[in-house]
Design a protein around this ligand. Sequence first.
Ligand code: SF4
Length: 507
Amino acid sequence: MTLYTKANIKEDKPLEHCAVFGVACDDVGYSIAKYLYLGLIAQQHRGQESTGISILNIGGKIFTYKRKGLVSKVLNDKILSKFWGNVGIGHNRYATTGSQEYNSQDYMQPFHLKNNNMEFSLAFNGTIPNYADLKQRLEDMGRVFTTNTDTEVIARFIASLAIGTDDWPEILRMASKFMDGSYSLIILTSEGDIYAMRDPLGFKPLCIGELKTDKRNLYFVSSESCGLDTVGAKFLRDVEPGEIVHLSHQKDIHTEMIIKAERTALCQFEFVYFARPDSIIDGVSVAEARTRLGELLAINDPLLKDPNFRKDAIVVPVPDSGRGVAVGYANEAKLHYIEGLMKNRYVWRTFIMPGQKKRESAVKEKLNPVKSFITGKNVIILDDSIVRGTTTAQIINLIREAGAKSVNVRISCPPVIRPCYMGIDFPTTSELIAGRYKELYGENFIEEIRKKIGADTLQYQKIEDLMKAISKNENELCLACLTGKYPLKSVEKIIELEKSIITDRQS
Ligand code: SF4
């Protein structure tokens, strides 16, 4: 779900938007509430702002409960004990600051739609850049909206297609023709079915699993496979891009391909940063991809050929996101991997403090160098990405103050030069240090970034090595934030969108 507001200006990292999880059990006397809890808590990293569940009870009614906060707080024992049903879906929403309006339950998911004709609940991960067009169409038809989200637009659009029919695969096939964007969505119907759909380009991960016991069979759908592992389910497979999967409490999983695209566009950032390392996405282990990213950075690193440099060199990850890549780099370079930056795990949301100065001081609250490891060393810092550059500059400063001989930054993602409009919260081009510097300095922009952040050396991953590490090519991955080539039809909408965000942020 995306809110295109100035509330989206925050941490110096791209932010994932959501996680979805669904369960259908063939034992109507069994409650799946605890499975929703486990599946959502395993995917807390994909969204920390709010948690919600919808469960269908024995009487055929959908109950939805959603609140601001982490899964463990929202779905406590008392709440879970009140929910009894054998089919349900859940959602974690990503973190936003912002006005009270955006913190209202209307903006949380699942989005529960009930009218005279139908009832269903929808949970969604992604973004539909052309949602304003769809919204206008629906408003012209007399539909009234209570939020400014693409989630509600999708829900009301689906409801408009469902008038007079309960053929859900056909409804979703029709909906997908108009939704040009990224979406992994799940729907709980009042008949007790779950439909899961992944967009034809497969931007967002989505997978299915099963758990069969002597007493009952359970079927699951999850954004990431770590959700399946946590509930003890067997991973069956990824939902294919353009596929609808039907999970029913009455029969096994049924699937249907709705649109087969010529290419796919899985978000490369899932491997670089978002996904949990223990997840496997479209056949690729996230942990292994991160290790390879580190190995490739080391293979291409000219500094490692200098014996004088190597003699005092240590490899330090930026916790937690730089760890996997630092392990790969250190192994390949045959250098010591040192936890030279300690993270205060209780300070995890720097974005709550508005303004540049406070953001910078927040880095100090969060990270502290281990001086005895750092002093006199050539420190090679590994991190996943540089967005605005402010946090990286602060980290370099901390390491220098701790007595490092030199500070050398290695980034597992190539320069991020353009915003994302497929569901990831990035700043606009001018707020991205690589985007702005590329426009200003052309070919020399990386050297200028190095000077700006105060590193002795700076090396980014090459795009071809990123693809090599993920074992996927440019027709299988989205690389739009690195290349500016958006794999959507409505590119002009994207440009309009960026302009409107800039205007909104300036107002
Ligand atoms: S633009 Fe970047 S962050 Fe957005 S989906 Fe594509 S690869 Fe992922």
